[in-house]
Design a protein around this ligand. Sequence first.
Ligand SMILES: [Zn+2]
Length: 154
Amino acid sequence: MAPLSVGPGDDVDAWCGKCLMVMSHRIIAVVGSQIKKVECLTCHAIHAYKSAPGAKNERGASRNAVDVPLRASKGKTPRASRVESEWNVFMAEKAPEHQARPYMVTESFAITEFVEHPIFGVGRVLEITGAEKMVVIFKEGRKTLLCNRVPRVP
Ligand SMILES: [Zn+2]
């Protein structure tokens, strides 16, 4: 590519978003070998230089496309694995003869007991936090569950 032979003050043909046409523009700013800012000689709008209406800053577009999935996985993986490894620590003591009891709000559970929840799967009671509340660790994290509820008499 030939070195840019224009500088601020020179005229250049550029796309004007106001005129919606390629018009003569005066160059206002040049960075390196790239025209950055131009003034439309017709409507006098000052805007970023574009050679054509569809022209995009390609560097910016590809950077975004790479960044988005990277950021999403960075945000998720460490937290998920930390929670899961905590759960693994508590589940490590589960011997085959230890049966997880099906979770029901009317049941009472003891600390360290294994519980099987219909949604969260197998977990272990960490704490009894009140007369009817307990904290259970599941694969996806700690949950406060109700327990010890008096069954309703119909
Ligand atoms: Zn214009």
